[in-house]
Write a protein that binds this ligand. Structure first.
Ligand SMILES: Cc1cc2nc3c(=O)[nH]c(=O)nc-3n(C[C@H](O)[C@H](O)[C@H](O)COP(=O)(O)O)c2cc1C
Length: 171
């Protein structure tokens, strides 16, 4: 049985739920899956494959996610690693997927880890979940308010990458 770690960084909980959905979908293939925040410092050493994702602030993954990938690059090297990004561009302007994919370029450059795939997902803009500064920025950006997470798209991506993570075909 393949052991897979799903690690995530979130500011408001949006990406944590996406990580849980990815974990559930992988577990349905028979893999043994742990879903953990990077803040808890999960050690990828005991796993066969890793999925790691982050929300975005101003075109960048959260620092905690970048740091975790960098610090664990030695243990991640040689394992299949998939990235995913949760953001608003995928909700507002999905045609800009290439721009969103590039959010992970610095992570790849800093760590030397080449992901087998990068999942690009719409996140949320639930204003009551954000602090004053973030709310002001989102309002200025004229971001639409709402939860744009597409659970079917998240599950479909996970099923697609599952065999590359050694998880076998989804049930
Ligand atoms: C201050 C701020 C800046 C943001 N910048 C971007 C951005 O550059 N590109 C983008 O697509 N989404 C951007 N977002 C949207 C977030 O990535 C989105 O709300 C995501 O769902 C947050 O996930 P998290 O709370 O799990 O980190 C921004 C949100 C805030 C509050």
């Amino acid at each position: 049985m393949s052991r897979i770690l799903v690690a995530y960084a979130t500011k408001t909980g949006c990406t944590a739920d996406i990580a849980e959905k990815i974990g559930e979908t992988l577990a349905a293939t028979g893999a043994s899956v742990d879903v953990e925040s990077v803040k808890d410092g999960p050690d990828p050493a005991g796993y066969d494959a890793v999925v790691v994702g982050s929300g975005v602030r101003v075109g960048k993954w959260h620092g905690s996610a970048r740091k975790w990938v960098r610090s664990n690059a030695g243990a991640l090297e040689g394992k299949p690693v998939a990235f995913f990004t949760a953001c608003l561009t995928m909700a507002q302007e999905p045609e800009k997927a290439d721009e969103v994919r590039a959010y992970t370029d610095p992570v790849i450059e800093e760590s030397g880890i080449e992901p087998i795939d990068v999942g690009l997902f719409a996140g949320w803009s639930e204003l009551d979940k954000f602090g004053f500064v973030s709310r002001t920025i989102l309002t200025k950006m004229e971001a639409p308010e709402g939860d744009f997470r597409d659970w079917d798209a998240i599950a479909a991506w996970t099923r697609e990458v599952a065999p590359k993570l050694g998880a076998g075909e989804a049930a």
